[in-house]
Design a binder for this molecule. Structure first.
Ligand code: ATP
Length: 305
């Protein structure tokens, strides 16, 4: 699989006077972990629903895996694993039985193959030992992982996950992150929404930021957080460091100086040569939070840091 995996053009959804999604152009490519970031109510779920053909757009187009949605949904959706708004499962049934029900709607294969596949995805999401237990005894994290197992059953080319870590504790969030990184390594393209900046920063290769229905930012994470061309120096003698570096010092704050120049080794040589103790030296890069705040200037950004 190569090229564009999700493309929307001028995608819009209005509920009466509310513009839930206001003309967005998503561009998700094969191999991405695309982090779709936005505050609560910014339109993420509505967008995800339109990608899956569950909500009809007011205007604009959606293409998933190269085919128009909802027109080609029957052909495309079997290749897409989805998890939206928390996993739904029957509490009195086991994890395995819940997955069998999901699978029964699928394309078939022998009973034995299907059973083996269910055992395999349960193992993959870390529920191998508890597949036979009733789901009502599962923690929220386990339910979320069962939902992911369901999304993985048909070996999808694309995973679409709406806030998969919602309500999980840090350990659960960590486990889901490792699982997604693992799936990504084996070639699955992942579209994942979240209102948590730090979570997306640790996971995504590409980021889109939604603010009140509009995209304020969309680019590769590496591009967004590329070095600024300055070096950050920490020293126990900032006054002497400032004298040595002169007008190359852009800002200073306590023991921390930001210096023009993207060659830390050269800055180090200049300081150490003049007898200035250097305790830290690193290329300056903006954090995703800084980039998002700058892009959303004036809009009262509500993405949680
Ligand atoms: P959350 O993380 O809270 O789910 P979200 O970013 O997914 O937020 P949406 O659920 O897509 O946001 O909602 C975007 C806006 O559209 C909100 O103002 C919401 O109230 C409105 N909205 C969503 N669905 C409907 C609906 N079926 N009818 C009316 N308004 C809706």
């Amino acid at each position: 699989m190569s090229g564009t995996v999700i493309a929307t053009h001028g995608l819009r959804k209005a509920y009466g006077a509310v513009r839930a999604v206001d003309g967005i152009d998503l561009d998700v490519r094969a191999g991405d972990i695309y982090g779709f970031l936005g505050a609560n109510g910014s339109g993420k779920t509505t967008t995800v629903r339109m990608l899956l053909g569950l909500v009809l757009p007011t205007a604009g187009t959606v293409e998933v895996l190269g085919r128009p949605i909802p027109k080609a949904a029957r052909e495309v959706l079997p290749r897409v694993g989805a998890l939206i708004e928390g996993p739904a499962a029957y509490g009195h049934l086991s994890g395995t039985a819940n997955l069998s029900l999901l699978d029964a709607a699928g394309p078939g294969g022998s009973r034995r193959t299907r059973k083996a596949r269910i055992a395999e995805v349960l193992e993959q999401v870390g529920l191998g030992g508890v597949g036979k237990r009733a789901v009502r005894g599962y923690s929220l994290g386990m339910r979320q992982r069962l939902g992911l197992a369901g999304a993985l059953l048909r070996r999808p080319d694309l995973l679409v996950l709406d806030e998969p870590t919602n309500g999980l504790d840090p350990q659960g969030i960590h486990e889901i992150r490792l699982l997604l990184l693992d799936l990504h390594r084996t070639g699955t393209t992942i579209f994942v929404s979240s209102h948590l900046l730090a979570e997306i920063e640790q996971l995504a290769t590409r980021v889109g930021v939604l603010d009140r229905g509009r995209m304020v930012l969309q680019d590769d994470l590496a591009t967004l957080t590329a070095p600024t061309g300055a070096t950050v120096v920490t020293t126990t003698d900032p006054a002497q460091a400032a004298r040595v570096l002169g007008d190359r010092v852009l800002t200073s704050d306590g023991e921390r100086l930001v210096v023009r120049g993207s060659d830390p080794a050269e800055v180090n040589t200049a300081l150490v040569g003049a007898g200035v103790p250097v305790t830290g030296l690193v290329l300056q890069r903006p954090t995703l939070e800084e980039v998002v705040l700058a892009a959303a200037t004036g809009s009262g950004d509500r993405v949680a840091a």
